[in-house]
Design a protein around this ligand. Structure first.
Ligand SMILES: Cc1cc2nc3c(=O)[nH]c(=O)nc-3n(C[C@H](O)[C@H](O)[C@H](O)COP(=O)(O)OP(=O)(O)OC[C@H]3O[C@@H](n4cnc5c(N)ncnc54)[C@H](O)[C@@H]3O)c2cc1C
Length: 374
């Protein structure tokens, strides 16, 4: 942290606490945030903070996006999908897009005028990305896209979706995969159900269908076909680091909430915190919190130096999300029955945590990546 990042943390905290958290119950009920909140985030400069200023970005670094992510968790306002948009999709376009693509799409992304998503997962395959069947076949100056995607975050609101598709269905494995940007206004693009999840209720997650969707060849991301798998492999560590950051911040929030509750709540004539079991559970969870932040800090510093390797990012993702789930499970227990009630923030932290071990590459896939590096 430095003065600049401290000031950003203040701004982000105020935004999430005052302008997002109060709307969470409504957003959860409608399974969607208001589009207006995206423009508000853009107005405050909280979108695309790590993109170059020439494309409307904040000219900052990964540290800026990380600070915003941490404040979002602390404020208990998980529904806004800005991290995926700014920290992940924008970086595919910035790293691999042509100059014209960057000028067309990045400035409206930074203002919140267009919302983005990334669509890799399909009904038939998630972990095994090389087996995707969505196809993008070249026809003159266009690609014609056919297929279906599922579990797509920001999918209901997205104006632009970066789609992983096979441009060469005959190529084996990773070789035929390309990333193509698809505008939601294209004929044949259709959104399916906004999926009902066990947590993260205010975050839209949906199915997308592509029926003969025609996009200009201009929309291919990268200078030639077949680069998609490599592009994904190079960008996924950053996505995994964001998930690890969310995990560490959630562990911290969980410990804070549980300490406050166990100080107040009494049983057998004394505060719950007076029982040695409560003290030991919280001592252990607080230790995990310290180790989580220390490991993460090291990963962030390495990433800022462009030196975070793929296996280390995988370690951060699986380990921190596993710790998050264990810590929140143990802390829910200390709330007794109240921990199971949705109106208690700890219950939301519990339900929201579970998917962390699944998305962004499952924790088992993280371990296969690490194992290959041994
Ligand atoms: C809320 C939510 C949001 C999401 N957002 C997005 C998004 O925005 N964009 C997107 O593209 N995807 C998104 N996903 C999809 C997510 O990334 C996938 O669900 C995840 O990658 C797992 O794929 P799968 O569901 O097909 O499970 P599968 O691949 O079928 O895996 C099932 C089980 O088998 C295990 N397994 C699979 N292969 C192996 C192996 N080789 N070794 C050991 N175990 C293995 C897995 O670890 C898992 O436990 C989201 C998912 C959720 C739930």
């Amino acid at each position: 942290m430095d003065k600049d990042l401290d000031a950003l943390a203040d701004l982000a905290r105020a935004f999430f606490e005052k302008e997002c958290a109060p709307h969470e119950p409504r957003w959860c009920a409608q399974q969607l945030v208001d589009r207006e909140i995206w423009r508000r985030a853009g107005e405050l400069g909280l979108l695309c903070m790590s993109l170059p200023e020439e494309y409307g970005g904040g000219g900052g670094t990964f540290a800026h996006d990380a600070v915003v992510s941490i404040e979002q968790v602390r404020a208990m306002a998980p529904s806004f999908g800005g991290m995926l948009h700014s920290g992940i999709v924008a970086h595919y376009l910035n790293a691999y897009g042509t100059e014209e693509q960057k000028q067309r799409w990045l400035p409206p992304m930074a203002t919140g005028d267009i919302i983005t998503a990334i669509a890799m997962t399909e009904p038939g395959t998630g972990s095994d990305l090389q087996s995707i069947t969505t196809s993008a076949v070249r026809d003159g100056d266009d690609y014609v896209i056919n297929g279906a995607k599922t579990f797509i975050s920001n999918g209901m609101l997205a104006d632009l979706v970066v789609v992983a598709a096979k441009t060469d269905p005959t190529a084996r494995g990773a070789e035929g995969v390309s990333l193509i940007a698809v505008e939601s206004t294209r004929d044949g693009f259709r959104r399916g159900r906004n999926l009902a999840k066990i947590g993260q209720h205010g975050q839209d997650t949906c199915e997308l269908f592509f029926d003969d969707v025609r996009v200009p060849a201009f929309n291919l991301i990268g200078d030639h076909e077949g680069q998609g798998f490599l592009q994904l492999m190079l960008q996924l560590p950053q996505e995994r680091l964001f998930l690890a950051i969310a995990a560490a911040a959630a562990i911290e929030k969980t410990v804070d909430l549980t300490l406050a509750y166990t100080r107040e709540r009494k049983a057998f004539g004394k505060p719950l915190l007076g029982f040695q079991n409560t003290q030991f559970v919280l001592a252990e969870c607080d230790t995990v919190k310290t180790i989580a932040w220390t490991f993460l800090d090291d990963c962030i510093v390495r990433h800022l130096d462009a030196a975070l390797d793929i296996p280390t990012a995988a370690k951060a993702k699986w380990w921190l999300t596993e710790q998050q789930c264990q810590v929140v499970d143990r802390c829910v227990q200390l709330f007794g029955g109240y921990g199971y009630m949705e109106e208690y923030p700890i219950a939301r932290l519990y339900a929201d945590a579970r998917v962390q071990k699944v998305y962004g590459g499952t924790n088992e896939i993280m371990k296969t990546i690490i194992a290959k590096s041994l």
